[in-house]
Design a protein around this ligand. Structure first.
Ligand code: FAD
Length: 323
């Protein structure tokens, strides 16, 4: 018996979420006194994979064939399902990322497994049944779910779980899965990077602005603040609807969900639909001229004042601080 965890990478480097899911899987494995096994698909060096040894992983399967360098949903799902059988795993853990959300239901269908998405707690096992907490209704409610299926698939909500260092030594095994040619019905021909900006869903820091910025002509200071902080930029829905910013930057219930360590909200009121996309951020800083703005209720730090005055001061202070 074992717990298997799918490890994501970006251009050969493990994602931050990879360490979260590895630690989560290792803690479940430890509770049950079984092995935590990671599976990586694509071009990731052994030295990069060995970083997982700091998070309780004791075996790493690496799948490196040329036709799997780019993400192919069907093929990746089949490989993880095959690996689950090979390792006699009864629990499969993934991040609740774009990739994880695509893979998890496919894997669950292949394994006839129960699925819990957006998990926020360590699963409590009671014989074959497992009890687990997940968020629901755009993180406004927490639901406790029981899975009774022999195999369980869990996607972990990013930033919801304290990563725990646990030193192990992991053996790395090249895994050549036997999967059907039909798993490659979709072929990635070419990937063209649309922007060199930091990817919003992956960003550690997000600088986000709303209608309080008055117009697109004021976004230079948002870009500059983001540059100084090494942050991604985001915006509220009306801002992208008005064409001030690209739709890819819109966060919230109908946009991208972000979970950075730091979310700076500038001139955004804090409507529930916006909060639905940012409430799992670790620290929220709000800059708004209205002290009654709802965003202040969920802020860790707040500055009441005119963003057009405060943001340039903040940039100047950060530049001085950085030297
Ligand atoms: P406003 O509500 O206009 O707020 C502007 C804020 O800026 C105010 O708080 C004001 O005090 C402040 N301000 C003004 N001037 C300054 C200044 N000089 N300095 C500092 N502060 C200033 N919205 C999203 O963002 N994401 C979503 O995914 C989303 N999905 C939706 C789905 C549905 C079905 C619906 C009905 C709505 C959705 N919305 C979404 C819209 C949402 O309800 C709000 O209307 C929107 O978030 C408000 O955007 P805002 O805060 O930028 O603008």
């Amino acid at each position: 018996m074992s717990v298997i965890v799918y490890i994501e990478n970006t251009e050969g480097l493990l994602k931050k979420s990879a360490f979260e899911v590895a630690s989560y899987a290792a803690q479940i494995a430890n509770l049950r006194q079984v092995q935590a096994i990671a599976i990586s698909i694509g071009d990731v060096s052994n030295s990069e994979l060995q970083k997982l040894e700091n998070y309780g992983i004791s075996k790493i399967l690496t799948v490196t064939s040329d036709n799997l360098k780019s993400f192919v949903n069907q093929a990746y799902a089949s490989i993880i399902a095959v690996a689950t059988h090979k390792e006699q795993a009864d629990t499969v853990v993934l991040s609740n990322s774009f990739t994880g959300k695509g893979l998890a239901p496919r894997i669950a269908a292949k394994l006839e497994a129960g699925l819990v998405s957006n998990a926020i707690s360590i699963a409590a096992f009671n014989g074959e049944a497992v009890e687990i907490k997940r968020t629901a209704f755009s993180s406004k409610a927490i639901v406790t779910v029981t899975l009774n299926s022999p195999i369980k698939v869990i996607t972990l909500s990013p930033n919801s779980f304290e990563v725990e260092e646990r030193k192990t030594s992991a053996q790395i095994e090249n895994f050549v899965p036997d999967i059907a040619a039909t798993d490659f019905n979709t072929v990635v021909k070419e990937i063209v990077r649309a922007t060199d900006k930091i990817s919003l869903p992956e960003a550690e820091i997000v600088v986000s602005a709303g209608r309080g910025l008055k117009g697109p002509e004021n976004w230079g200071m948002i870009e500059e603040l983001a540059n100084v902080l090494g942050a991604a930029t985001a915006c509220s829905k009306p801002v992208s609807d008005a064409g001030w910013r690209p739709h890819a930057e819109h966060v919230g219930q109908t946009g991208i969900v972000v979970s950075p360590n730091l979310y700076i909200a500038i001139g955004i009121s804090g409507a529930i639909q916006h909060l639905a996309g940012v409430s799992s951020s670790k620290t929220i800083v709000v800059i708004n001229k209205d002290p009654e703005a709802p965003f202040f209720k969920v802020a860790d730090y707040g500055i009441v004042g005119d963003a057009l005055v405060i943001v340039p001061q903040l940039i100047a202070a950060l530049k001085t601080h950085k030297g």
